[in-house]
Design a protein around this ligand. Structure first.
Ligand SMILES: NC(=O)c1ccc[n+]([C@@H]2O[C@H](COP(=O)([O-])OP(=O)(O)OC[C@H]3O[C@@H](n4cnc5c(N)ncnc54)[C@H](O)[C@@H]3O)[C@@H](O)[C@H]2O)c1
Length: 408
């Protein structure tokens, strides 16, 4: 597949997608994907259903992808591989080599969710979450884009007052392969007094900050040209360095207004006045926390997709929620976050903007018709119809089919 971030850059300067080059892993020439609309385009997708509600939402999202493919003249080849707890049960490791290798060779990777009670007490290297970190590292997807938009249809699902939540439309750009989640030294040991200690290291090299800062500026440039970099530069040296580098990169983007905010203030401002934010740029751990907080403003974690992109190679697309073991296997999961992740896969991973827009429109249409899974259902609202994961998926399929093809 073409480089996802290269693609983002190309879009920013208005160049056509066909300038994308083929992945170094792909045996197919780039021209196949750049074929005219009348020719069938082919993409290989590695699908990692994972654990808990992952297989349920992935099954629905795959159907949406297949349908959109048939309508848009795109052929998808799916390769389903084990990952997370299910891979542990099958192979003894959370990310088998075969899974990573298949992912690297595909055009895009679609992940459901991983984790569950069963594996919670495993040693760290045998936890499903370790497999996810290994996958992100293996694919070198250092930029995580997490949109949080309050849809007019769901404004009442937000935990915030309507006037605060209405109109929120922000993007969190999170650094994904560095910082304290990967920094060394790390471990559990003993200090000089013989006391047990646990320790991790927040560390960023300049190149890691520069490349994610550029993604942040470019993302903001495409949106409302406002970038807020979040750090803890009043306390942490790693954050002081982060702030200096982001400020230096700002000179490359004179059109984008840069501001800085401490993370504790950002957490507060997100619930006080979230509309002040357009694009938030932040490190791995702060981004993890703030994007989950932002998700609640939108009503439910079950609505939010994400894209993780590298400088080249396939992107990783997944809902931001986890495996929700409390509702797994009960047909209660909201599949819209995974369906919207498919839209991000099409848009950012494959450059298929029309197909992506069609899915986004179908999701809005389904919500307009009143269909709601439990997490976004307001009891007593007579326009709404409570549905399960499968039925929600079927309604989205109907909406995809019922639409006039989108143009962007
Ligand atoms: N990327 C991932 O795969 C990922 C991300 C976060 C957590 N996890 C793992 O998932 C497991 C559960 O973690 P958690 O409970 O902290 O987070 P979670 O996101 O799985 O669930 C949090 C709450 O949100 C609800 N929820 C989540 N997704 C939903 C959906 N699509 N529809 C309706 N409700 C939904 C759940 O029922 C639960 O009440 C853990 O093992 C954790 O490590 C995985």
């Amino acid at each position: 597949m073409a480089a996802s971030l290269q693609q983002l850059n190309l879009r920013l300067v208005g160049s056509p997608f066909y300038l994308k080059s083929a992945s170094k892993h792909s045996s197919r020439p780039a021209s196949i994907r750049c074929a005219a609309a009348t020719l069938t385009k082919r993409y290989s997708i590695t699908v990692l259903p994972g654990d808990g509600i992952g297989p349920e939402t992935i099954s629905v999202a795959k159907d949406v992808l297949k349908l959109i493919g048939s309508l848009e003249g795109i052929e998808f080849g799916f390769q389903e591989m084990p990952m997370g707890g299910s891979a542990l049960d099958l192979t003894g490791v959370p990310l088998p080599d075969e899974t990573l290798s298949a992912a690297k060779q595909s055009d895009a990777v679609l992940l459901g969710a991983i984790g569950g009670y069963k594996w919670d007490n495993n040693p760290k290297h045998l936890k499903p979450e370790t497999g996810l970190l290994q996958l992100r590292e293996g694919l070198k997807v250092f930029a995580n884009l997490r949109p949080a938009t309050v849809l007019p249809q769901l404004v009442d699902s937000s935990t915030l007052k309507k006037e605060v939540a209405e109109g929120v439309d922000l993007m969190v750009v999170r650094e994904l392969t560095g910082g304290i989640y990967f920094g060394k030294p790390r471990g559990i040991g003993t200090n000089e007094n013989g006391e047990e200690i646990g320790f991790n290291t927040e560390v960023y090299a300049s190149y890691e900050i520069d490349r994610i800062a550029r993604v942040g500026f470019e993302t903001a440039w495409k949106r409302n040209k406002k970038l807020c970099s979040v750090d803890k530069a009043n306390v942490l040296e790693a954050s002081m360095f982060w702030r200096n580098r982001v400020t230096a990169i700002a000179s490359e983007y004179p059109d984008v207004e840069l501001s800085h905010m401490y993370v504790d203030n950002a957490a507060m401002q997100l619930v006080r006045n979230p509309k002040q934010f357009d694009t938030i740029l932040t490190n791995n751990i702060f981004g993890d926390i703030l994007s989950d907080e932002a998700s609640m403003i939108t009503g439910s974690i079950g609505m939010l997709p994400s894209a993780s992109l590298g400088a080249s190679g396939p992107g990783l697309f997944e809902p931001i929620h986890g495996s929700a073991p409390d509702i797994a296997g009960q047909d209660k999961a909201n599949p819209l976050a995974t369906i919207l992740s498919v839209a991000m896969l099409l848009k950012y991973g494959l450059g298929e903007e029309n197909a992506a827009k069609r899915i986004e429109n179908a999701v809005l249409d389904t919500l307009d018709k009143g269909f709601r899974t439990g997490d976004i259902y307001s009891a007593g609202n007579h326009i709404q119809k409570l549905v399960g994961c499968k039925e929600m998926g079927e309604e989205v399929l109907k909406s995809v089919e019922g639409q006039v093809p989108a143009t962007v």
